[in-house]
Each structure stands twice: as C-alpha cells, then as structure tokens.
Design a protein around this ligand. Sequence first.
Ligand code: ATP
Ligand code: MG
Length: 265
Amino acid sequence: MSSTPALVELNGVSKVYRSLQGSDYVAVRDFSLDIPAGEFFCLLGTSGCGKTTVLNMVAGFEATSSGTIAVAGKPVTRPDADRGVVFQGDDSLYGWLSALGNIEFGLRMRGIAKAERERKARHYLELVGLKGQDHKHPAELSGGMKQRIQIARALANEPQMLLMDEPFAALDAHTRADMQRELKRICRETGRTVLFITHDIDEAIILADRIGVMHAGPASKLKGTVAVTLTPEERERTHDKFTAVYREVHGLIRDEVAISLKRAH
Ligand SMILES: Nc1ncnc2c1ncn2[C@@H]1O[C@H](COP(=O)(O)OP(=O)(O)OP(=O)(O)O)[C@@H](O)[C@H]1O
Ligand SMILES: [Mg+2]
C-alpha cells in the first residue's frame, strides 16, 4: 500500500553557486523536506543560510546542482502558475502597470474575462488594505504598499501553493499583524500549501503548522522541525503553550546564530 505523496518533495538537494573569479560556493547540501498538501510550513534560519536559495529552487527559478524537487509528483524544471511567489524585497512589480493592473496581470494571461479579473483584483486589493490605491503605479507607492500588492497579486492567481520570502518584513507592526491574520484565514479556508520564510520566531508560531530551522551556512540543510499544534487562542505571545514552542524553536536556532556570527568575523 502506498501512502499519499507530499505535495512538495525535496530529496537530497544541493546548490552550488559557480564563481568565475573565486571558489565555488556550496549554499545548500543534502537538503530534504516533504511538505504535505495543505500544510503551512515556515522556514527559519540565520541570514545567508540558504532560505531564499531553497525557495527559488522550489519555485523553479534556480536549478538544483544535485538532488530532486517534485511538486505534486512532477519534477520542478521551471516556474509555473501553480506556485505563486512573493519575493523578498519589493522590486518585482511591473512599473508600467497600475496597482490594479499588477494584481490582475496573471489573470489576464490566463484569459479571465475583464469584469471577473477586475472583481478579483479589487477584492484582493481591499484585502491587503489598499482600497482606493488601484490607479497608482509602483513608483507612487511606499515599500510596504508595494509589498502588499505583490501579496495581493500572488493570492489573486489562486495558485495551489504559495512561496513567500519574508513577505511581511517591510510592514509596520499593525499592518503586519493584520496581514498575518488574513493570510492564515485565507490558507485555512482554501487549504493552500505554503512555504513561508521568516526571521521572526513569533511570526512563524502565529502562522505555521510546522517550523523548520536551517543550519548556518555554508552547505546548510534542515537542522530540525517543530510541529505547531496550537489553537488560534493559544497563538498569543503571552500564552504558556506559545512560549513553550518559542523556547523549542529558539533552542534550535540559537547556536546557529552564534556559528554564523563567528564565521562572519
Ligand atoms: N546568485 C548567487 N551567486 C552566488 N552566491 C549566491 C547567490 N545567491 C545566493 N548566494 C549565496 O548563497 C548563500 C545563501 O543565500 P540566500 O539568499 O539563500 O540566503 P538567505 O538565507 O535567504 O539569507 P537572508 O535571510 O539574508 O535573506 C549566501 O552566502 C549568498 O551569498
Ligand atoms: Mg533570503
């Protein structure tokens, strides 16, 4: 009897960045992870440990140097509309399109009729708190606003899976809390599978079904995972169960921060 395969399967994945001048850099080595369909997986790790590298390989933007990545049983060879990506930073919007135009771009590419794609785009624009900003172009928007449009654009495409690289890092605390709540609600309601990168342990505990912590680089891989089985009420920073998960995750990451700092000097 075969068990249902995970939606995302990374098997012994390595990534070597070739350098023309100096020596090659092994960012990730022998990284393995299965993400079941519907899981919200948060990936944590020190700066430069290889989180974005992993996400880019799952997205199909970067090839693996060895090992395999499959989504829904099919090897990843290139980007696909089934995997919606929210990039780190906010520089991926189309400068010549309005906020609304950016959000509905993918829907237009898929041939969705004008009225329907505008309705969807407005819905997600409102969801990220930017109602009334539909006509503005990226150059007229703040960093946090651009980031929220990226998120709306990814959600509007309704992909099977979301790949999000520190999507809330540029937002103020209040907007950030709102966005966390909304993302969690959307994922619960639609059963989306999410690979979400963050530096913030609190954010990971608020959002995740499972948290993975990476070793410090180079040649990084997963150090351990922590299942987060808290109820919405328990996902409050002051709750005892929240603090217990925090301690467990912090215990995994603490030594890696020290290693990473030592290697940087
Ligand atoms: N295109 C590239 N060419 C060469 N080296 C790269 C390239 N992209 C990333 N690296 C290196 O690979 C390592 C991992 O980078 P990556 O961006 O995946 O880290 P990260 O965990 O996302 O860090 P941060 O938390 O700062 O975003 C770093 O040492 C980085 O310098
Ligand atoms: Mg990164």
